[in-house]
Design a protein around this ligand. Structure first.
Ligand SMILES: Cc1cc2nc3c(=O)[nH]c(=O)nc-3n(C[C@H](O)[C@H](O)[C@H](O)COP(=O)(O)OP(=O)(O)OC[C@H]3O[C@@H](n4cnc5c(N)ncnc54)[C@H](O)[C@@H]3O)c2cc1C
Length: 504
């Protein structure tokens, strides 16, 4: 498993002397790569196309509210506490005191989810969910607790999976799984204030064999369901952007913003980057390059000197879109409706609605993450003009929260459609439903260097779509460069020690 580099590895430990490394992209992968390489004694500079660091970690602060005002996480917003590498950097950067609980989907009994005739509160949804779920089964001879298990698993998947993907997963919660669960006493897993829900985390943690007997597609997706509905997820109190900002402040090398890489030519002894800055484009010859930009961006540029397998993975890696839209509200009106946090499953194009903590000065208002959608719903929202998109979200969401229609309630709107953004053209890679060996083969291919050109980013990791994955890949890339010998270009893979040998 990837481990942060040890103090004994640097700063004077650069094997074969300091190398000059250019990192493309100042997202979390680029920043961690640069930080670790500098610790090892190498010279690093970062080229970033946009005008900001952080990439897909993006905290939007509403104008007029200042640094102390409410903000919206338009990119990453939560960290599962088991993401060891991310938690390591949080501690290393002195952000430990900002770690707070992140309240997630269905964590508040007063939150909503759609029922057959309108929205239901989580606390009162069980009978409707069970009836609905049982009606879709070939026979309903199961115990009530088994049906409750199936109904909540189904509701969680429906709230998290893109609509089209859900249909297949829904069928996967079939009789084989329920037959197994029916033999288990579920009383210890009942949870919620009225004990009318099943704690899926505790259940699957105690019954790994049941988990591994799920159909492959469901088994793979369960990680995301459990991560996203876990009670042990955290956030950073003052905004997730503290992580990239603190890292950037620790990096000694130059971070050049507004420099877009538009072409990469890998040669035997160097890597040429074509870099656009304003109206001019220049070629920079680099000894070593770490490319952390998403493959969706890379495949739009001119690439030469890449082997065919590498080009194939660059072109074929699948990304999902995601769109987030946040409303800056005059007040946290949902609190008067009994909701103290967490999220509702809203359905429609809006999909999920989060209620971030309104723990700042009430005079500055509160933020509602009105809509977090992925897949085709995110694309549909991305295609609309800003005014039309905001109107659609307001229309859909005000069925659940009519307060949004009150004059002066919404003070401002901010959104980001990651699938339509030129610096990402997608939210993240997904390898849902893939068999483990294929996932790993794709990961290795994505991360495989091309002579002096190395790769990092969430798409090169075993935890795609998470900050954890981006960090894992960055540490791997720093290891690779540290051990790379120029004369071995082309036979690098055979010459270097394996990762486990290196960390032994
Ligand atoms: C909506 C959303 C929600 C998410 N939620 C979570 C979450 O809750 N928890 C979690 O852990 N993860 C979450 N993620 C995933 C997480 O944000 C990413 O896995 C991680 O931030 C990716 O980091 P990266 O460095 O690999 O890529 P990026 O952050 O995309 O960094 C790449 C950088 O390259 C730059 N770049 C692109 N093209 C060029 C170019 N041509 N020239 C120069 N620079 C260029 C970009 O501007 C960017 O700064 C979420 C992602 C999204 C989009």
């Amino acid at each position: 498993m990837t481990a942060p580099l040890q103090d004994s590895d640097g700063p004077d430990g650069a094997i074969g002397g300091p190398k000059k490394v250019t990192v493309i992209g100042a997202g979390i992968a680029g920043l961690v790569t640069a930080y670790e390489l500098e610790r090892l004694g190498h010279d690093v500079q970062i080229i970033e196309g946009s005008r900001e660091v952080g990439g897909r970690i993006h905290t939007h602060r509403f104008a007029g509210a200042g640094e102390a005002g409410p903000f919206a996480e338009l990119g990453a917003m939560r960290i599962p506490a088991g993401h060891r590498l991310t938690m390591h950097y949080i501690a290393e950067l002195g952000l430990q005191n900002q770690v707070r609980e992140f309240r997630t989907l269905f964590s508040d009994d007063a939150a909503y989810l759609p029922g057959p005739t309108g929205y239901l509160r989580v606390r009162e949804a069980h009978d409707t969910l069970v009836d609905d779920f049982a009606a879709g089964l070939p026979s309903a001879h199961y115990r009530q607790d088994t049906l409750l298990f199936g109904a909540w698993l189904d509701a969680s998947i429906r709230a998290i999976a893109p609509r089209q993907f859900y249909d297949g997963l829904h069928n996967d919660i079939g009789v084989e799984l329920l037959d197994l669960v029916d033999h288990i006493d579920l009383t210890p897993y009942r949870c919620g204030t009225a004990h009318n829900r099943i704690d899926l985390h505790a259940f699957f943690a105690d019954h790994p064999r049941i988990r591994s007997s799920c159909p492959l597609r469901l088994e793979r997706f369960l990680d995301d369901v459990l991560d996203e509905t876990s009670s042990s997820i955290v956030r950073l109190r003052d905004g997730m952007d503290a992580l990239p900002r603190r890292l950037a402040a620790r990096i000694r090398g130059r971070i050049s913003l507004g420099r877009e890489v538009v072409g990469i030519d890998v040669r035997d002894d160097a890597v040429d980057l074509r870099i656009r800055q304003g109206a001019t484009t220049v070629t920079r010859t680099c000894d070593y390059v770490v490319c952390t930009i998403p493959f969706t961006v890379l495949r739009r540029m001119r690439l030469t000197g890449f082997d065919q397998d590498k080009l194939d993975i660059v072109h074929q890696t699948k990304y999902w879109p995601a769109t987030k839209i946040a409303f800056h509200c005059r007040e946290a009106f949902w609190e008067k409706d009994g909701i103290s946090g967490g999220a509702s499953f809203t359905g429609g194009h809006v999909r999920q609605t989060y209620y971030p903590p309104a723990d700042g000065d009430p005079a500055l208002g509160a933020v509602l993450l009105a809509s977090y959608s992925i897949g085709p719903d995110a694309d549909a929202l991305a295609r609309l003009g800003e005014a039309e998109r905001n109107a659609l979200v307001t229309r859909e969401l005000s069925v659940m929260h009519p307060e949004l229609r009150r004059p002066g309630m919404v003070l401002g709107v901010a959104g980001r459609a990651w699938g339509a953004r030129r610096w990402s053209w997608g939210a993240a890679t997904v390898r849902w439903g893939q068999e483990a060996a294929l996932r790993e083969a794709e990961r290795r291919e994505a991360a495989r260097p091309q002579r002096g050109l190395f790769f990092a980013g969430e798409h090169c990791s075993s935890k795609p779509a998470w900050i954890e994955g981006a960090i894992e890949s960055a540490i791997d890339a720093a290891h690779e460069i540290e051990w790379y010998e120029p004369r071995a270009r082309g036979v690098f893979a055979a010459a270097r020690p394996s990762r486990s040998e290196r960390s032994a």
